[in-house]
Design a protein. Structure first.
Length: 277
């Protein structure tokens, strides 16, 4: 009896220890990478925005720096690279969401009176996306904005991990979920659902599989440059953000959600009925 209890206790301790290790590896990617806290002055978007301008806001996962060129930052740089007039892209750390709140407030405060009236809130053209803990932060932030009467054109989550990451609030016009379930502990949110299907279109819940797959299957060699300990212990949760198919899916969804008057001179937003791998 004592031996069985000891084995169970040891097993539970081992599992807990492994979870702690995985979380530490996920949250603390590189000590050097987080050596400088993000500041509001790191944003480059001109404030306030002009009427009709678009803000694309990406939220990075773990304790990654906002400017490290992984999937969230790469998408933002792709948006900037298009040089669309009146379209701005920023990235923020998920533990610095007060910066995101300040940014959006100043972006929408067109009369600079320090408060947002109903018209300023309703005029928002915002695209939110995030990865890992940044994904769950994006969902929570979208809900917070909904409570304030601020709409969101598109919400994209990449292997979202954390509380409050499955039910999409009705102020979001369209939402896309991309995830993996191969990792032993860090499993992305599998089922996005719309709180109000008449107001929110779910573009898809797309699962990717990575067991037995290496760097050549991801379509990019950058994954091989990650420290071996992260590749071993974070595994599929790390692979998904290097997968070129995932990057293309996120990129396409973001670009399609940018209103056409900011892309081709049209008048209406263009959100696809679904997004396929």
């Amino acid at each position: 009896m004592f031996a069985k209890r000891a084995v169970r206790t040891f097993s539970a301790a081992a599992v807990m220890g492994a979870q702690v290790l995985v979380c530490l590896l996920t949250l603390g990617s590189h000590a050097a990478a987080s050596s400088k806290y993000q500041e509001f002055s790191d944003f480059t978007t001109p404030l306030p925005l002009k009427k009709g301008d678009v803000l694309v806001l990406g939220i990075v996962g773990g304790w990654e720096r906002w400017d490290r060129e992984r999937i969230v930052r790469t998408i933002a740089l792709d948006v900037r690279g298009k040089h669309y007039e009146g379209v701005y892209a920023e990235t923020v750390e998920n533990h610095r969401m007060e910066l995101a709140r300040e940014l959006l407030h100043k972006a929408l405060d067109t009369n600079r009176d320090g408060t947002l009236d109903a018209n300023e809130k309703a005029s928002a053209r915002l695209i939110l996306y995030g990865q890992s803990l940044g994904g769950s932060a994006a969902v929570r932030y979208a809900r917070e904005l909904g409570e304030q009467g601020i709409p969101v054109l598109l919400l994209v989550c990449i292997d979202s991990y954390g509380l409050g990451a499955s039910l999409v609030p009705p102020n979001v016009s369209a939402a896309l979920n991309i995830y993996q379930r191969d990792h032993l502990f860090i499993k992305g949110e599998a089922d996005f659902a719309a709180e109000d299907p008449s107001r929110t279109r779910i573009l898809g819940n797309h699962r990717f599989y990575y067991r037995g797959k290496g760097v050549d299957d991801l379509g990019v060699q950058d994954y091989a440059e990650e420290p071996w300990i992260r590749r071993v212990f974070i595994g599929s949760h790390l692979k998904i953000e290097y997968d070129t198919r995932v990057r293309k899916m996120v990129r396409d969804a973001v670009f399609n959600a940018i209103p056409t008057d900011r892309r081709t001179g049209g008048a209406a937003a263009s959100i696809p009925a679904s997004v396929s791998p």
